[in-house]
Design a protein around this ligand. Structure first.
Ligand SMILES: *Cc1c(COP(=O)(O)O)cnc(C)c1O
Length: 434
């Protein structure tokens, strides 16, 4: 896979370089030059394949020029070792559950595949790396789990003290081994500033092989295409062959970009709905053709509180670049917290299905589009996190207590281990050098 920078001021690179660099030197984003189409036979037989089989075929088409089939199989098997089922909650309305991985959010797909791929490249080159990552919540848990006990990789996670939920904090601070959690007396922006300063520090970069695991890494995008194909397979198995609409609850728009990659590879998709909370710069762009980033606002679907989505350019390019072309692939919708809570309650009362706030935003986005159609479609809304990760909001909204999966409740009784850190770079640097 040869990748170019969207700013066109950096040289093309192969996958390995893109994975370890993360960002091209000109601060663009890496994009594949060629996105291959899968053969018709793949789609004709897809209902017979497991998600791991699908992941392998898709990876082979994208990465097979650089990694052997045998190695790819190993990389995929190590990363995608959990399922992504669809659940029909109303006639022709399906929830694609992306929370069956270790951190119980869809970011497991990206983080685990990135870890698996990095570890493969590192074993070949006999190198070690030290990953630094700042998190405001979900990313840290997925990265920590994804890289846990991965040979050759040390992980340091920085999180703002008091600003992540109990469950999220336990996901970062109870693993140990090669994962260290730094509890920073500051905000998420302070954590991010410390990580940035570390990458720019010549003493640190000459001493350690520092790498980042941030969300714009191309190796996190690729595996997110797998479950769109898998959803199509599930619909086929359920005998539903109506045109497919995917609604994606979005923040930085990596997830939706991955859906567009699947479509470019031949997956038949009638329409994508870009669903956001009141941080609606993309739905606004889709409506008006004007992209106007804004400061983000806090909402109950906080993993989507993004005012300047980092994958916007990728999304636009993958959907054809020109606005009039983009809107043939993507339509937008946004919901405020009041409507989001209403949807959570309404769906629960009618069907018994419990949705996290992000999932509820997607439910509303799907309905806003399918209600305008005069044909029947199979509507698939992506559920990006398990509801129990947002227990307070969910129980308050539904007015009842809900079941917490064993995996999360067991976590809460584990002991937290973190290292307290100021937001002063000198302290952080001294800690790393020690
Ligand atoms: C990260 C996240 C999102 C947003 O995904 P993007 O790929 O950034 O658009 C949505 N929901 C949850 C629960 C998340 O953690």
């Amino acid at each position: 896979m040869i990748l170019y920078s969207t700013n066109h001021q950096s040289p093309d690179v192969q996958l390995e370089e893109a994975v370890f660099r993360g960002l091209p030197p000109d601060n663009g984003l890496y994009m594949p030059h060629v996105i291959p189409t899968l053969p018709t036979s793949f789609f004709d037989n897809i209902e017979k394949m497991s998600i791991t089989d699908i992941a392998f075929e898709v990876s082979k088409a994208l990465l097979g020029d650089e990694i052997s089939e045998e190695d790819l199989k190993m990389i995929v098997n190590r990363a995608i070792d959990f399922d992504a089922p669809v659940v029909e909650i109303e006639k022709d309305t399906y929830v694609l559950e992306l929370f069956h991985g270790p951190s119980m959010a869809f970011k497991d797909f990206g983080a685990r595949f990135m870890a698996s791929l990095m570890s493969y490249f590192l074993q070949k080159s006999q190198k070690d790396i030290h990953i630094l990552v700042a998190t405001s919540g979900d990313t840290g848990g997925a990265v920590a789990q994804g890289f846990y006990k991965t040979p050759g990789i040390k992980v340091t996670i920085l999180y703002p003290t008091g600003k992540v939920s109990d469950i999220q904090e336990k996901q970062l601070t109870t693993l140990g081994e090669n994962v260290t959690a730094l509890e920073v007396d500051g905000t998420f922006d302070d954590c991010q500033a410390l990580v940035k300063a570390a990458f720019l520090d010549s003493e640190l970069s000459s001493k350690f092989n520092l790498a980042s695991a941030n969300s714009i890494n191309i190796s996190r995008l690729i595996p997110q295409s797998f479950y769109y194909f898998n959803a199509f397979a599930e619909l086929k198995r359920a005998g539903n062959t109506k045109p497919v609409v995917f609604c994606v609850p979005s923040g930085n728009f990596g997830n939706l970009s991955a859906g567009l990659i699947a479509q470019r590879m031949g997956l038949p998709v009638k329409m994508f709905v870009a669903a956001t909370n009141v941080n609606n710069v993309v739905p606004e762009y889709l409506k008006t053709g004007i992209y106007q980033p804004k400061p983000s606002q806090e909402t109950i679907s906080n993993a989507m509180d993004v005012g300047n989505p980092s994958n916007f350019i990728r999304m636009r390019l993958l959907a054809g670049d020109a606005h009039q072309e983009v809107v043939t692939h993507i339509t937008g919708d946004f919901s405020d917290d009041t409507d989001t809570r209403k949807a959570m309650k309404d769906v629960f009362d009618r069907t018994g299905y419990v949705m996290c706030p992000h999932t509820a935003v997607a439910y509303l986005g799907l309905k806003s589009y399918t209600d305008t159609l005069n044909e029947e479609v199979a509507g698939v809304l992506l559920s990006t996190a398990h509801y129990a990760k947002f227990l307070d909001v969910v129980e308050d909204t539904l007015g009842t207590s809900v079941e917490v999966p064993e995996r999360l409740s067991a976590l809460l009784s584990k002991e937290k281990v973190s290292i307290l850190m100021t937001k002063d770079f000198a302290d952080f640097k001294a800690y790393l050098l020690k």
